[in-house]
Design a protein around this ligand. Structure first.
Ligand code: FES
Length: 214
């Protein structure tokens, strides 16, 4: 938020900030200060366990409260961050308000710790299995099944842009020309990328020899 405001990008940010108690609020003073000095930023603190006499917003970030604070959701993008249980809750609320999935973005937690334990991982395939990856127009590299393809590319000195490392931002997209990769089911890869034959190196694990274009 600070960075976006400093760059004076032409967007409006509204922060709905859910906490249990006032003691749980982090960056509260800075957020108040930003909200009072920038017209493009507003800040609503919501407490689920407010102290006696608290006069601010109370409750949870459910669809009723979100609708009250945000108004018409049309054209707005929602960035949800916090504990997973909270964004499951907020995502359900946003769906009740008919916010399209493509307008809901998540805080991200990086690659799976052990992809071999993910549902759908090929039975009997060891994460240590090594596959050949032909990078079209460049060279052949080796990549382990249990590691995101992006890591193998970076280790080989092949530059691929990467930001979120969780399949969300599309920065690391790669054209898969041949072979198969495993993508954990919770990876938030854009449908349009899937349809266009792109994989995201940060959440794609080689389960076959591959040919790709970066
Ligand atoms: S770095 Fe964002 S999708 Fe891979």
């Amino acid at each position: 938020i600070r960075d976006t405001l400093q760059r004076q990008r032409p967007i409006r940010i509204q922060l709905l900030y859910g906490n249990r108690t006032p003691e749980d609020v982090i960056f509260g003073a800075e957020l108040e200060k930003l909200a009072s000095s920038r017209s493009s930023f507003t800040f609503s603190l919501v407490l689920s366990e407010p102290p006696d006499g608290y006069e601010g917003l109370k409750g949870f970030l459910d669809s009723t409260l979100i609708a009250r604070l945000v108004g018409d959701v049309k054209g707005k993008t929602f960035y949800v961050c916090g504990p997973r249980v909270m964004y499951d809750f907020c995502e359900a609320a946003l769906k009740e308000l008919n916010v399209p999935q493509r307008k809901i973005r998540h805080e991200l937690y990086g690659p799976a710790e052990d992809v071999g334990k993910e549902p759908g991982w090929p039975e009997g395939l060891s994460g240590d299995m090594v596959f050949e990856v032909e990078v079209a127009g460049k060279r052949m590299i080796l990549a382990k099944a249990g590691e995101p393809l992006l890591n193998a590319l970076e280790r080989s000195g092949l530059a691929v842009t990467a930001l979120c490392r969780s399949g969300e931002c599309s920065a690391c997209r790669i054209r898969l020309l041949e072979g198969k990769v495993f993508v954990p089911s919770q990876a938030a890869v854009r449908e349009s990328d899937r349809e266009a034959g792109y994989i995201h190196g940060c959440v794609s694990y080689p389960i076959d020899n591959l040919k790709i274009r970066i």
